[in-house]
Write a protein that binds this ligand. Structure first.
Ligand SMILES: Cc1cc2nc3c(=O)[nH]c(=O)nc-3n(C[C@H](O)[C@H](O)[C@H](O)COP(=O)(O)OP(=O)(O)OC[C@H]3O[C@@H](n4cnc5c(N)ncnc54)[C@H](O)[C@@H]3O)c2cc1C
Length: 421
């Protein structure tokens, strides 16, 4: 639906914090209309922010987006938009407390392709090559591959058709999104696919219907007679245990600067790229580094567009960190990430390396190895959590509706906006 030339696509998704701030500013006036119009997929004319790639990598944070909106409008005027921003927070917090879902996804994305019948494999190929004959689906696939972005409603329709009409495994669809979306996120993506399948809220699935697609694509598509509109939700054998949230020092804890771990280094990770705006901003550092991890990029086979976004975003973060701490930032792409971080920390004579702890996903998977490798050199790994996450994640252990019930009070208590009558 959104067939733009490649260079204008790349320009639009410029991986810089300044671009995100500009986009947010441009979008602000449209927020009061968001609730009414957000479900319509009208390509680049859609009434949504398209901020997700920047929010995903925290080039701009949920807190900043919510604060900017609340500074301009009353809470009631913009509640729907705030709730959508907080869906991301909810998914992140939920996966923190159910990390087994990520392990299941990682296993299934590797095992399910080789286990497919020849017929299923051929349907899978036609889906990812956009040759299913379902015009809408094939167009969304082209848009996904070409732009790295899809409107939320198109994602829901696409995932539903993948699972219930094409009868393909949800984990392979989630994998296809994860490698092609510029905002591809282990929590929002994996859990949204499971939500569509009926595995998140058990027994409640999302079925794409031709009349709904016709209405919300404003007549662009009408796949009448082509969709399975009667399918039952998926079920699964896996049991998904709930884990308690691990204690983690808040990033804006007043104790941070005084913690005596000097010399200390700051390690920038792809999941959180505005460290100069975190509580760590006041901590003096002796060295700063970011190492892009080719192992992760190879393991997940990210598209060229996703890799370019990530690399650009890390460079942007390194530039800002360098200006903020007045230090040169070591920025390198490496194969053995843990070994490279250790070599850097030893060379800089560090006693501690501080990070914003990555949430469940490929980077978190590497933390135990990093901690023990640094430990062998007597270097501490100090992990911090954004206060936004500490504020909301404890409420993300049930459904979204119970999570959102306390949102407004939590914002008021954290001073994110003044209580309004
Ligand atoms: C199958 C499927 C897969 C998805 N995969 C991802 C993913 O990998 N990464 C991702 O960020 N989002 C994902 N989403 C959620 C949502 O589709 C996107 O966040 C949204 O479309 C991004 O567009 P936007 O920035 O214009 O959103 P807007 O509507 O302008 O919303 C503003 C911000 O709120 C957050 N947000 C809005 N809706 C949701 C939602 N339903 N879930 C989580 N966060 C939301 C995003 O950060 C978004 O940028 C997925 C949804 C589905 C149904």
């Amino acid at each position: 639906m959104n067939q733009q030339p490649l260079d204008s696509v790349q320009e639009f998704w410029s991986p810089a914090r300044s671009t995100a701030l500009h986009r947010l500013d441009q979008f602000l006036n449209a927020v009061p209309e968001y609730a009414k119009l957000r479900n319509y997929d009208m390509g680049s004319d859609s009434a949504v922010s398209r901020l997700s790639p920047w929010i995903r990598h925290r080039l701009i944070t949920e807190k900043e987006v919510v604060a900017a909106v609340c500074a301009k409008f009353s809470y009631n005027e913009v509640e729907k938009f705030i709730e959508e921003v907080c869906w991301r927070t909810y998914w992140k917090g939920w996966l923190e407390q159910h990390p087994a879902v990520w392990s299941v996804f990682k296993r299934q994305r590797l095992t399910q392709r080789p286990e497919m019948s020849a017929e299923a494999y051929s349907i899978y190929r036609s889906a990812i090559e956009g040759r299913t004959g379902i015009d809408a689906f094939d167009a969304w696939n082209a848009e996904l591959v070409q732009t790295g972005y899809l409107h939320n409603h198109a994602r829901m329709w696409y995932a539903s058709i993948w699972i219930f009409t094409l009868k393909l495994p949800w984990a392979l669809g989630a994998d296809w999104f994860h490698v092609n979306l510029l905002d591809g996120d282990p929590a929002s993506n994996t859990l949204s696919w499971r939500w569509v399948a009926g595995l998140h809220t058990q027994g409640k699935h999302y079925l794409a219907r031709a009349d709904n697609i016709e209405k919300y694509s404003r007549g662009m598509f009408n796949p009448v007679g082509q969709l399975n509109e009667e399918a039952c939700p998926l079920t699964e054998q896996e049991s998904i245990p709930t884990l308690a949230l691990r204690h983690c020092e808040d990033d804006d804890s007043a104790r941070l600067p005084s913690l005596s771990c000097s010399p200390a280094g700051l390690l920038i990770l792809e999941d959180d790229l505005s460290l100069e705006l975190s509580g760590l901003a006041e901590v003096p550092f002796n060295a700063i580094a970011c190492f892009q991890c080719r192992e992760i990029h190879r393991e997940y086979r990210f598209s060229d567009a996703v890799l370019a976004f990530k690399e650009g975003a890390v460079r942007d973060a390194a530039r800002r960190a360098s200006a903020h701490w007045n230090l040169a930032v070591h920025n390198e792409s490496v194969d053995n990430w843990v070994a490279a971080v250790c070599r850097w920390a030893v060379r800089e004579h560090l006693k501690a390396v501080r990070i914003i702890r990555p949430s469940v996903g490929p980077w978190r998977d590497r933390m135990p190895a990093l901690k023990s490798a640094l430990g062998r050199h007597g270097i501490l790994l100090l992990e911090h959590r954004r206060s936004w996450d500490s504020l909301h994640w404890p409420y993300a252990n049930k459904g979204f509706y119970s999570f959102k019930r306390g949102l407004r009070d939590r914002f008021t208590s954290a001073g994110i906006f003044a209580a309004q009558a």
